[in-house]
Design a protein around this ligand. Structure first.
Ligand SMILES: [Zn+2]
Length: 423
């Protein structure tokens, strides 16, 4: 395989710095939340960079920014790469961003080497990957994969505005969302992203080849006891809802062996110093790339919950808020990334992704794979989020090479789609 020009690190660093300057100065870190003017201005700057790199740029009905480089083969499915440029409140400068700026740099590298792919190459800056005020994430990639529905559009934000209205203000056309859906399949989707965890850094390996994206099961557990006087009610006669919830939180921690599980929120009522808590609501989630583990975890939590309720004479209601299945990475795409990385002299580690990504939704449309680069101390979604420029450069070089390898994988075309969401 011929060597392609290396990414221009000074140019990449300059791009990162400029995009980071589109931030809310009133908020901590590098805040550029979807539907804000900062996000809109940042994406206009990204669109100009796409154009400069030689991409034909358009914005679809879901306000996704899409740049296309036509292939020479007139082939039906495109090779798609990209990520998102919105951040969480108080977020960092790398999550999602290196996948978009890296994809643009990849196009520059290919063009500089006069390497033409047979497939169209499509670069996407997906709208709003991070959770927004409407409680939804991955707005743009959901729309492209046909999973953004009327119910989502009707979701209301804290100011009473609907997601549909916010989308229109961001340059989308909610009434034409059907047109944002890509009816044709993809040749493949490859996303470069920071790991957002400590595994690569601890292993001192520069490139992660993602094996799958964790499924997420979220629950709410409600205990109902009796609010009694904290001074006059003997311990043996209490029905303390908070003590039940505390026991369940510890059980969830214990049952998380083999995956991860978190109790992230707890509300008690009436919530007074001198009253035994009469009601407690606990919100928890579990994540794993293993669907069976998630199911058995769910059963074990439900058993513990019933047991605690019976022992403490508490009423119990368990609600599964969502059960997102794990997403399978397509073997031939992962192998192509692996081959690209090792051909460039990189050590590679195969790792699952504990975080959700636009790739989870793109997997509905066709073969999918992801490249990870290390996150310092595993930090992400915070101002301290950091990835060394050299690591970003290595990731982009692997992306360029992987796009070329995937372009050559023509025999895979007839094998159809593979995705965990379809299983
Ligand atoms: Zn991200």
């Amino acid at each position: 395989m011929s060597r392609l020009p290396s990414p221009d690190l000074a140019r990449v660093s300059g791009d990162l710095e400029i995009l980071a300057s589109y931030r809310d100065p009133e908020a901590p870190g590098w805040t550029r939340r979807v539907f804000s003017g900062f996000d809109r201005a940042g994406r206009e700057w990204v669109a100009a960079r796409m154009q400069e790199a030689g991409l034909r740029v358009e914005t679809d009905a879901a306000a996704n920014l899409i740049g296309r480089l036509p292939g020479t083969g007139g082939l039906p499915g495109a090779i798609v790469t990209g990520s998102h440029t919105d951040t969480v409140h108080g977020g960092g400068r790398f999550d999602g961003i290196i996948g978009v700026l890296g994809a643009i740099e990849a196009v520059r590298c290919l063009r500089a080497a006069e390497v033409e792919l047979e497939h169209d190459l499509v670069v996407v800056d997906f709208l709003g990957e991070e959770p927004n005020d409407f409680g939804l994430s991955c707005v743009g990639s959901r729309a492209i994969s046909g999973a953004l529905d009327e119910g989502h559009l009707a979701l209301l934000g804290p100011d009473g505005r609907s997601l549909s209205e916010a989308l229109a203000a961001a340059g989308g056309v909610p009434s034409a969302l059907g047109g944002a859906r890509w009816p044709e399949g993809l040749h493949c989707y490859v996303e470069l992203h920071i790991e957002q965890g400590p595994v690569l850094e601890q292993a001192r390996v520069p490139i992660g080849v993602v094996t799958g994206i964790a499924g997420i099961h979220r629950l709410r557990a409600r205990f109902e006891g009796r609010p009694d006087h904290a001074g006059t009610t003997p311990m043996s006669l209490r029905r303390d809802a908070l003590s039940g919830a505390a026991e369940l939180a510890l059980a969830i921690e214990r049952l998380a062996q083999g995956g991860v599980a978190t109790t992230g929120r707890l509300e008690i009522r009436p919530g007074a110093h001198n009253v035994v808590p009469g009601e407690a609501d606990l919100w928890a989630e579990a994540r794993s790339p293993d669907a069976q583990w998630l199911d058995s975890f769910g059963r074990a939590v439900a058993d513990e919950f019933d047991g605690i309720g019976a022992r403490r004479q508490l009423g119990t209601t368990l609600t599964w808020i969502s059960r997102e299945p794990p997403v399978t990475v397509t073997d031939w795409v992962a192998d192509s990334i692996d081959q690209a990385a090792t051909s460039l002299g990189n050590r590679v580690l195969r790792i699952p992704s504990g975080a959700g990504h636009d790739a989870s939704h793109m997997a509905r449309l066709g073969p999918m794979g992801m490249v990870f680069v290390p996150s310092r101390a595993g930090r992400s979604h915070c101002p301290e989020e950091w990835t060394d420029l050299e690591d970003i450069g290595r990731g982009i070089a692997v992306l360029v090479q992987a796009l070329v390898v995937c372009d050559h994988r023509k025999e895979e075309r007839s094998r159809g789609r593979r995705s965990g969401l379809d299983d």
